[in-house]
Design a protein around this ligand. Structure first.
Ligand code: SF4
Length: 101
């Protein structure tokens, strides 16, 4: 039963040992890469797959799989030597003022 809250499936890639049980239990959302590590489909878990997703989470032998609330934006890590740039909170900074002039 869905509680109306969006859930997504997350894998802790450090903890995951690539047993592949999650892909066997939830092939609709998880496939394995060439090394046997899971690739999880992006987005919310459809309501009709939530029970299967919970079972896959419970079956993970190293607790690497979890259901998390909401859709957190996934940002790419900055390349070596680059600083992460925070998104602009609004368009009223000096650049915005200069572009309006
Ligand atoms: S069941 Fe757990 S350890 Fe196995 S591949 Fe999935 S996330 Fe990794």
């Amino acid at each position: 039963m869905s509680d109306g809250i969006a859930l997504r499936l997350d894998v802790d890639r450090i903890r995951c040992d690539g047993y592949g049980m999650c892909a066997e239990l939830l092939p609709e959302l998880v496939e394995l890469d060439d090394w046997g590590y899971p690739i999880v489909r992006a987005g919310d878990v459809p309501a009709d797959l939530l029970a299967h997703a919970r079972r896959a989470v419970e079956a993970c032998p190293v607790l690497a799989l979890r259901l998390a609330h909401g859709l957190a934006p996934r940002r790419a890590a900055p390349a070596p030597g680059q600083r992460a740039v925070a998104p602009a909170a609004n368009a009223s900074g000096p650049a915005a003022v200069a572009s309006k002039a």
